[in-house]
Design a protein around this ligand. Structure first.
Ligand code: BT5
Length: 264
């Protein structure tokens, strides 16, 4: 089925995620569009999806390469009744949901690189960008943005990314994937894991997440702006923070940054 607004609306009508749906041939960033819609009162489950983005965003002002006709760029509005301190696991639950989906196409090759990279065979196939607006001690809304490279081929990537990025099709082989089918399955998985998290907390998704990262016991260096933390990963706590026994002593909790595993 073609990746058109009409087909997406038909496939997602009455679903928890994707009804309503806002489809763009081109937009600046689906996260920014979703943000505008959420400010105007769009309900939980609203989806923004685009065929291409002119200003696709990564974390920390980085860019997300978003060519037309090939991939999935989508943002979901969520309105969980949660203390903002417990919002980080929403990125984690989306990571697990996306990893589960990708694993159904590429069994045993999918990994999550802390905090939000989706990898297949050690190359980046997708990323998650979560943004949140709070009001007092409540979450007003969360924008869960996901980019997944579906049908790009190696030569579609600029040289700088060619050896570190990949697509589902390049890894799974075979024909072009139906972006519509992958998107519908992605939203279903995210709803499933969102409910699991809301009902059971971090405990229900922790083992799966750690299983996709294989990071516990590893020596890690996390950089966040000017700050650095080096130590051994001990796990993840109820708020979604990675817990690290720092080399200089004491347990540290980190939510964001870029990580390098020092003992592979
Ligand atoms: C991320 O950031 O990985 C989060 C990406 C989220 C993108 C989605 S698309 C839908 C929604 N709307 C948006 O505007 N954004 C979200 P980060 O960890 O900072 O990684 C960014 C880095 O990944 C870049 O600096 C590049 O090195 C690399 N990169 C850029 N585009 C890529 C792509 N298409 N595939 C693989 N790697 C890419």
């Amino acid at each position: 089925m073609d990746f058109t607004e009409q087909n997406l609306v038909a496939a997602l009508s009455q679903k928890k995620i994707g009804d309503p749906l806002h489809f763009y041939k081109v937009t600046d960033s689906t996260n920014d569009q979703a943000h505008r819609l959420a400010e105007e009162g769009a309900p939980e489950g609203t989806v923004v999806i685009a065929d291409s983005q002119t200003c696709g965003k990564g974390r920390m002002d980085r860019k997300w390469l978003s060519p037309a006709g090939l991939n999935i760029y989508s943002s979901i509005i969520l309105k969980p009744d949660l203390d903002p301190a417990f919002s980080a696991p929403l990125t984690i639950m989306a990571g697990v949901a996306a990893a589960e989906l990708l694993s159904s196409y590429c069994p045993r090759s999918v990994q999550i690189k802390w905090p939000n990279d989706l990898l297949i065979n050690d190359k980046k196939v997708g990323g998650i960008l979560t943004e949140m607006k709070t009001s007092g001690d409540k979450i007003k809304f969360v924008i869960l943005g996901i980019g997944l490279n579906i049908n790009m081929s190696r030569n579609d990537f600029p040289l700088l990314l060619r050896n570190i990025a990949t697509s589902l099709r390049d890894e799974a082989g075979g024909d072009y994937f139906s972006r519509l089918e992958v998107a519908v399955r992605l939203y279903d998985k995210i709803w499933e894991y969102y409910q699991l998290y809301l009902n059971g907390g971090m405990a229900v998704i922790r083992d799966q997440w750690l299983g996709y990262m294989k990071i516990v016991g590893k020596k890690i260096l996390v950089t966040f702006g000017e700050e650095k933390c080096q130590g051994t990963v001990t796990g993840v706590d109820a708020t979604g923070a990675l817990t690290i026994m720092a080399d200089h002593g004491g347990e540290r909790r980190v939510f964001a940054g870029d990580a390098i595993i020092l003992n592979g």
